[in-house]
Design a protein. Structure first.
Length: 380
């Protein structure tokens, strides 16, 4: 993938993008089998020329194009692993890192690609300390790398879910934050009354926990609300942090992401009560009495919440709300691209798909730390 050479594309892959063919074609061109495991990947990408060829093939499937003017009249400088645009009005130099999540990074591509492989294929995520140990970089650099990779994994979609002829869509909310019982007394929610006894006796004389003395949960806490939607036919999920759990906020997200006339399953939250007036087929399940009534349930999206919380609590431990959307996007990517009978993906497919999404996404350290506003905006 140097100079003006192009890769001929054939067929479509699992996500209507010929990523699988591209990386297999490139492996045959290099005389090597494309890696199927982490061990093979570290050996395959030990040569920086192979790294450049692979990233270029994923980024420019129809031939290298200048990221500044989109001209394909480019010349490859092999000694520096960069291209020079030959367009008379441009003449700028660029590399595979230019205009991508890798831009301005002094870290070599072999370490970047290893990090991408680890993030997209670790079911519960991987911490910055572990990345730092594996790649021999500082924890601060590893943390910055992980957030840039999460930005690439955030594919977003402007296409609406569902439709009158599609399967039902499950909608639910989750609340992300620390457990009140683990907080310092001064930071705990002031919901437990001082004069309410912790234990009481029921009618049979058994000692039970007083419901009035329990710690608040869900909407009664200061946790960050996250809204999710799962389309049962495609088994694809969308999730996004929302400012508050109110009717206007939830309905705006539903109207932006779901086609009118779709069948929607929710719990008994009052904010969903008028979805039928918005031309949705709306069914509810009362979690106080039941979790499943025939095909009406929200267990699919609840499964996604369990995977998300397992990663946040077990791997990342403490996540600031300012960064939460990128952690959600990371788990959404892995969930939507997991191996199924209809879509038998492997680690290499997920890796190639993530690398194909690096272009046009830039995250600087100033944006990451909130010193300036982030320029890359993704849809729900």
């Amino acid at each position: 993938m140097t100079g003006n050479s192009e890769v001929t594309l054939q067929g479509i892959n699992i996500l209507d993008a010929p990523c699988a063919f591209r990386h297999n074609h490139l492996a045959m061109k290099n005389g090597k089998q494309f890696p199927k495991s982490l061990l093979q990947a570290t050996r395959y990408f030990e040569d920086l020329n192979v790294c450049v060829d692979f990233v270029a093939a994923m980024r420019w499937p129809n031939g290298v194009a200048c990221p500044h003017c989109e001209s394909k009249r480019v010349s490859y400088l092999s000694s520096r692993r960069i291209w020079k645009c030959m367009n008379r009005d441009c003449h700028k130099q660029f590399s595979v890192k230019t205009g991508s999540i890798f831009e301005d990074s002094p870290i070599a591509l072999d370490k970047w690609l290893t990090a991408v492989w680890l993030v997209v294929n670790c079911k519960n995520g991987i911490s910055s300390y572990e990345i730092a140990r594996h790649l021999k970089v500082t924890q601060k650099s590893a943390w910055f790398m992980l957030h840039r990779i999460r930005l690439a994994m955030d594919s977003g979609s402007l296409e609406k879910m569902g439709g009158p002829d599609s399967g039902p869509i499950e909608i639910d909310e989750a609340y992300i934050g620390g457990n009140p019982k683990n907080m310092h007394l001064s930071k705990r929610p002031k919901a437990r009354l001082a004069n309410v006894p912790r234990f009481i006796q029921d009618q049979d004389g058994k000692t039970i926990i007083n419901p009035a003395a329990k710690m608040p949960c869900g909407r009664a806490t200061d946790k960050v609300p996250v809204m999710g939607m799962l389309e049962r036919d495609t088994r694809k999920v969308r999730a996004k942090m929302i400012p508050q759990v109110k009717r206007e906020v939830l309905q705006e997200a539903i109207l932006e992401n779901i086609t009118k006339g779709s069948t929607v399953y929710t719990d008994m939250l009052a904010a969903y009560s008028n979805l039928k007036t918005l031309n949705f087929v709306h069914e509810t399940v009362t979690h106080v009495e039941e979790y499943v009534r025939g095909n009406v349930h929200t267990n699919g999206i609840e499964n996604f919440w369990s995977l998300l919380k397992r990663g946040l609590k077990g791997t990342y431990v403490a996540v600031e709300p300012f960064h939460l959307d990128r952690y959600i996007a990371e788990q959404v990517f892995r969930y939507n691209n997991r191996a199924t009978k209809d879509n038998p993906l492997n680690d290499a497919d997920r890796f190639a798909l993530a690398v194909s999404q690096i272009a046009g996404k830039r995250l600087t350290y100033a944006e990451l730390t909130g010193k300036v506003q982030e320029t890359t905006q993704e849809p729900f």
